[in-house]
Write a protein that binds this ligand. Structure first.
Ligand SMILES: Cc1cc2nc3c(=O)[nH]c(=O)nc-3n(C[C@H](O)[C@H](O)[C@H](O)COP(=O)(O)O)c2cc1C
Length: 314
């Protein structure tokens, strides 16, 4: 049986639903010896800013029981070096490229998106409004629906490319943020970025991360991410979603699709196994074959929930 792995996220067409998550797969090129970049759904590259950025001083990463904490601080080569140096090589390898971008201010976000403009080498722009590891910008936008709406609207008119907005899980109500982003002009939502966490070295009584707090990623956050994808899909059934958070196996990919995602992004798992994304594409195809699923897109949003019982008192 042949399986159609392609998925549409609005105007964004992917050859399959397995993409890489920003910041965990470099600019893609670093992974070319482990994965055929042209065989992946998409590559969301390391968050790009107007100027190169050195990020936070070390230590910037530490392991946790079921994941990792990071406070890289959005280190990147800057948009010019990306467009001139990295992007042509990615295109040569047949990669579908999502440009993940950030800024300290609304004007900086807009300027970096303006620089990308309608570049046909870029499949979509992904706004990171949810980085917990910087003093300015980042999560400040993601946590304030009015600021988020204004930011997305300001950026929207700078490009005709599909606009993906990556939301923060560090909120009480993710649906409010999702609605603000969509009202501002987002075509697609990415859920989720990292959860703010803290790890302590008890001998020194110092935080294990130089920035004190860091972003928690990996298997530990998967149930939270799944819940948020499900909530947003229920509230905004027509808005396409990238599900992100702790994905390591094909069963995890399927969980996200069933919860309501149209595609997924794989992050921390790339550090453990740099070939994981290529394997997930093959495993997904095999799973669909074995289960008689001819179109992977049909799995999206098929969660069967049970009615919640009334509270019973003895
Ligand atoms: C080391 C590291 C760097 C990251 N850098 C970015 C970034 O530049 N932009 C962004 O939107 N998300 C960034 N993220 C968040 C991931 O893209 C992803 O949303 C998060 O790690 C959850 O997925 P995971 O559990 O599969 O890693 C980063 C995550 C890690 C672990």
């Amino acid at each position: 049986m042949s399986v159609d792995l392609s998925v549409h996220l609005g105007r964004l067409l992917l050859r399959n639903p397995i993409a890489t998550a920003s910041g965990t797969f470099g600019y893609g090129l670093e992974f070319a010896e482990f994965v055929d970049l042209g065989a992946l759904g998409a590559i969301s590259v390391k968050g790009l800013s107007l100027r190169p950025c050195l990020g936070n001083p070390p230590p910037r990463i530490c392991e946790t029981d079921a994941g990792m904490l990071n406070a890289i601080g959005l280190q990147n080569v800057g948009i010019e070096e990306f467009l001139d140096g990295k992007l042509p090589k990615l295109v040569e390898k047949g990669a579908t490229v999502i440009a993940n971008v950030w800024g300290d201010t609304e004007a900086e976000y807009r300027a970096v998106v303006e620089r990308i403009g309608d570049d046909p080498r870029v499949a979509a722009v992904e706004l990171n409004v949810s980085c917990p590891n910087v003093v300015k910008g980042g999560m400040v936008f993601g946590n304030d629906p009015a600021a988020l709406h204004a930011l997305v609207a300001a950026v929207r008119s700078a490009t005709r490319l599909p606009l993906v907005v990556k939301l923060s899980p560090n909120v009480t109500d993710v649906v409010t943020a999702a609605k603000a982003a969509v009202d501002g002009g987002a075509d697609v939502l990415s859920l989720i970025n990292t959860l703010v966490g803290l790890s302590i070295d008890v001998e020194t009584r110092e935080p294990k991360i130089g920035f004190t707090t860091g972003g928690l990623s990996g298997p530990a956050i998967r149930p939270v991410a799944l819940r948020m994808v499900w909530e947003v899909r229920r509230a905004l059934p027509n808005v396409p979603i990238f599900g992100i958070g702790g994905i390591e196996t094909v069963e995890h990919v399927l969980e996200f699709l069933i919860a309501g995602a149209n595609a997924v992004q794989v992050g921390t798992a790339n550090f453990r196994d740099p070939g994981v994304c290529g394997r997930l594409v093959r495993d997904l195809e095999l799973w669909c074959e074995r289960h008689g699923v001819s179109r992977v897109a049909d799995l999206s949003g098929t969660l069967k929930t049970r009615p919640r019982p009334e509270k019973a008192y003895a």
